[in-house]
Design a binder for this molecule. Structure first.
Ligand SMILES: [Zn+2]
Length: 79
């Protein structure tokens, strides 16, 4: 379990919304560093922990916007 303390210093330069293809929840991904073509960082769906990768040089921040729609409680099988 990660700390839930909000990092006040976090200032994203880019963000996008994503709908999880596994559970159907919607979440925002904020990227603090510019898109990088040599570094990648993983981030996880906040509901089912489905792993995604983004090309950036620092760890993305994920914020849940709407809960999963699949009515399951399963985690993604490949998390
Ligand atoms: Zn998910």
């Amino acid at each position: 379990m990660m700390s839930s303390t909000a990092g006040a210093a976090f200032s994203p330069v880019s963000e996008f919304k994503q709908t999880c293809g596994f559970c159907g929840c919607v979440f925002r991904v904020e990227i603090e560093s510019p898109i990088s073509y040599k570094d990648t960082h993983p981030y996880r769906c906040p509901e089912c922990r489905h792993l995604c990768i983004v090309k950036t040089s620092s760890e993305p921040r994920v914020t849940l916007l709407s809960v999963r729609t699949d009515r399951r409680k399963d985690l993604h099988p490949h998390h």
